[in-house]
Design a binder for this molecule. Structure first.
Ligand code: NI
Length: 182
């Protein structure tokens, strides 16, 4: 498992239901997470799922940086966390819409509705059981990465496909809007 580049939309592994991991503490899982961490960091992402390096296993990696926090209770910064066999439960019916990108759709952004509040569980590669109730961006990144395990990329969750665009164009418009608002 030395190479494993990030694969892009169109690759069949991204459409598959990933397989549960029998033993989250197996050395091969620690090795997989190490490769995922290297690829994610090189690409400048905040999350990566194993299918994105063509490994069809239920393993995700993510962190929650300060700069992305929504200000909601339950949206708190989180250092890099690997989760094996994660499970998500939505808490309430509230949703919010925000921009998302994906390392498997490089250069693009789209507006994606997600549940505002969720609970998620799973195991770390050290065997620790994680059980958290989170909101906002934290909830968003977990839902995005979890979707990869079921073969879903974020455009599949978009309700306004016309908002799909290139990051450079969207960022330029946002700057213009910011100036216009001043
Ligand atoms: Ni993604």
């Amino acid at each position: 498992m030395s190479d494993h580049p990030i694969i892009r939309a169109g690759h069949p592994v991204l459409r598959q239901i990933a397989k549960p991991v029998e033993d989250p503490t197996a050395p091969e899982i620690a090795q997989l997470v190490e490769i995922m961490e290297r690829q994610m960091t090189e690409a400048g992402g905040v999350g990566l799922a194993a299918p994105q390096i063509a490994v069809s296993k239920r393993v995700v990696l993510f962190f929650v940086p300060d700069r992305r926090l929504s200000g909601l209770d339950g949206d708190y910064p989180l250092p890099l966390t690997a989760l094996v066999n994660p499970v998500i439960e939505k808490l309430g019916d509230e949703t919010d819409v925000d921009w998302e990108g994906c390392l498997s759709l490089p250069g693009l952004r789209g507006l994606v509705p997600r549940h505002t509040h969720i609970r998620y569980t799973g195991y770390t590669p050290e065997g620790e059981f994680i059980d958290r109730q989170v909101s906002g961006f934290h909830a968003r990144v977990v839902q995005h990465e979890f979707d990869h395990l079921d073969g879903v990329l974020y455009p599949g969750r978009m309700t306004d496909l016309l908002s799909l665009g290139f990051t450079e164009e969207i960022a330029a418009r946002m700057e213009e809007e910011a100036f216009a608002a001043e």
